[in-house]
Design a protein around this ligand. Structure first.
Ligand SMILES: Nc1ncnc2c1ncn2[C@@H]1O[C@H](COP(=O)(O)OP(=O)(O)O)[C@@H](O)[C@H]1O
Ligand SMILES: [Mg+2]
Length: 590
């Protein structure tokens, strides 16, 4: 062991402290600051000045107090006990801190990230004599009802197993396997690994996107899908539905594990999110959703440095479960508050500000964040993914500001929330004209194989009708809708069916809240059949007023409520209704 390195505080500026003279700390080293042992990180090493950001409230701290090095980068503890837990930005359990310190956040308390006393029922999966390397699963623990935790050999370690414990009950600090390394030294392995939060965990290789993260939300799955291992941004002003959209994805998507990073929202809002999450029921199992969820919370009154770190803590936890072969989805709400933390820290460091006071490295930080998403072959050969969905909350919903613009450069899905849609209570208020997904091509093979070969074509036809509606509306605004020929009136009517019947989706309705790909496809099929038959009628000279009087458009709009998810055969009857409508109109006007 190296001797402990120390220094003395020279200056304090909010969350940033300075030490004078040359220090022996390393860049990114974790340090304990002052008599209360506040957690900090070395972020600058000049020849005569050391800069440290402190993850805790620094009031009361004084020049002259000691700073002690730890000889390790800021890291998280990885072991069973991460799920069904709530942490702050540097993986300290919030409930635990509350118990020890009597308040929501206390400073410098040295609590373990994970429970070190709990005994887990452990099944050892390696044998003496076995060759193991980074990623090899050495033990399995049923962490929650939903998830089997796979304890792995840490990356960069290779050797032969020389002794194993029998299956039984162990804590995360008990030695369960001993390995002899290539150089003959022995290494005891427990269920615990540590990993520096700012360094991506290694993988074997990255796969191209090919499988969608199915969310049950039509505007996403059909119109603007995200791949497993993909990235998406949800920008929108206050109250447009960022949190709601993320909750819907957390609840209904086919990710195995959800990491929810609540970043910089107001304390009461966050409490509400945390409470809501604790109550959510996993529709797949009927058990609490927390069985496969971890929450990381940093409210606006918590220290900005910890908010900055919370994103990386979340990423590292996600990568760890990915390495076990799980599909993990990260929800970050909101990345704007995270960018504001960067701005504040940068200001304290008196760095040269770029656009709107944000540091020049805002773009590279955002890029590095989203780059850690991906569908990967892990070190042990399994396939796992990290998908990242970041909410962006631009002031006044103005997408031209730097965080939205820079985010747009690095994500491949953009789900633009629209104030006027939210105001008109069209939910989800994701605007079909400002949103896009670059995964559509990557996923077309999957849709073709798993839903229908016609899926992408149908999707594109709906999109084309919506685009035509938008152009026609320009004319309607100028001269009114009455003068439009009937074939164009029909386009407006069908686009209305698509908007109300398909794009709008009610998160509070038991059948509409989550819809299978099969139902999404069949709904498109019915809408396009209605369009085809109506177009034939219009071509025969039937006026739109006659078609509308039949009520068939309203009936198709109501499919989402009238066809229960467990009785999709009902959908096939709608084509009969459309045929009957067609015959009626012809008879009446013959
Ligand atoms: N998909 C949806 N279905 C029904 N209501 C919604 C939906 N999305 C948003 N809302 C409504 O909008 C409100 C505000 O949404 P929220 O997600 O809290 O906004 P934000 O996080 O952008 O400030 C919700 O409380 C809800 O009433
Ligand atoms: Mg919100």
């Amino acid at each position: 062991m190296n001797s402990v390195k120390t220094g003395k505080i020279y200056g304090i500026n909010g969350p940033v402290i300075y030490l004078k003279g040359r220090s022996e700390f390393k860049m990114s080293e974790m340090v304990y600051v002052g008599s209360q042992k506040l957690v900090g990180e070395v972020i600058g090493l000049d020849k005569d000045l050391t800069t440290i950001q402190v993850y805790e409230e620094t009031s009361g701290l004084q020049p002259g107090e000691e700073v002690v090095g730890t000889d390790a980068a800021v890291s998280v503890t990885l072991a069973p006990g991460i799920l069904d837990n709530i942490f702050d930005g540097i993986e300290r359990p919030l409930e635990k801190i509350a118990e020890e310190g009597g308040a929501f956040v206390v400073r410098g308390v040295n609590v373990d990230s994970l429970d070190t006393e709990k005994r887990w029922e452990t099944h050892i999966t390696v044998q003496e004599g076995e060759l193991v390397h980074g990623g090899t699963v050495i033990a399995e623990v049923q962490e929650t009802r939903a998830i089997v935790h796979k304890c792995m050999v840490p990356p960069d370690l290779e050797g032969t197993v020389v002794s194993v414990k029998p299956d039984g009950q162990y804590t995360i600090q008990d030695v369960i396997v001993t390995v002899e390394l290539m150089d003959g030294t022995r290494k005891d392995l427990t269920m615990t690994q540590r990993w520096p939060i700012r360094v991506p965990r290694p993988v074997h290789h990255r796969y191209p996107a090919s499988v969608p993260l199915v969310t049950g939300q039509r505007i996403l799955d059909t119109m603007f899908p995200i791949a497993k291992g993909g990235t998406a941004a949800i920008p929108g002003g206050f109250g447009t539905g960022k949190t709601m959209t993320q909750h819907q994805i957390a609840k209904w998507s086919d990710a195995d594990i959800i990491i929810y990073i609540g970043c910089g929202e107001r304390g009461n809002e966050m409490t509400q999110v945390l409470e809501e999450f604790s109550e959510l029921v996993d529709p797949k199992s009927g058990n609490p959703l927390m069985d496969r969820t971890t929450l990381i919370a940093n409210t606006s009154n918590m220290p900005v440095a910890a908010r900055e770190a919370s994103i990386y803590t979340g990423l590292t936890l996600a990568e760890y479960y990915r390495d076990m072969g799980y599909d993990v989805a990260i929800m970050a709400d909101s990345t704007s508050r995270w960018a504001e933390a960067l701005r504040e820290l940068s200001g304290r460091l008196e760095e040269m500000p770029a656009e709107e006071g944000f540091p020049a490295y805002l773009a590279s930080r955002l890029s590095a964040f989203y780059e850690r998403a991906g569908m990967m072959q892990t070190l042990n050969g399994a396939t796992g993914s990290v998908s990242i969905i970041g909410a962006v909350s631009p002031q006044g919903g103005d997408f031209s500001e730097p965080v939205t613009q820079n985010t747009k450069r690095f994500v491949r899905c953009f789900w633009g929330l629209d104030k006027s849609l939210a105001y008109a209570r069209h939910f989800p208020a994701i605007h079909w004209l400002s949103s896009y997904s670059e995964y559509l091509n990557d996923l077309s093979g999957w849709y073709s194989d798993h839903v229908s070969p016609k899926f992408v074509d149908y999707r594109n036809r709906l999109m084309a009708l919506l685009n035509q509606e938008s152009s026609l509306m320009e004319i309607v605004k100028l001269i009114g809708g009455d003068v439009l020929p009937d074939d164009q009136k029909l386009i407006l009517e069908i686009a209305r069916v698509i908007r109300l019947g398909f794009l709008q989706q009610n998160a509070f309705h038991k059948d509409d809240t989550c819809v299978s790909m099969e139902k999404q496809f069949k709904m498109m099929d019915v809408i396009l059949y209605l369009y085809k038959k109506s177009r034939e009628l219009v071509a025969m000279g039937m006026p739109m007023s006659v078609l509308k009087a039949e009520g068939i458009f309203e009936k198709v709009i109501a499919i989402k409520y009238d066809v229960p998810n467990d009785n999709l055969q009902l959908l096939d009857l709608y084509k009969n209704d459309i045929d009957a409508f067609y015959n009626r109109v012809i008879e009446k006007n013959a």
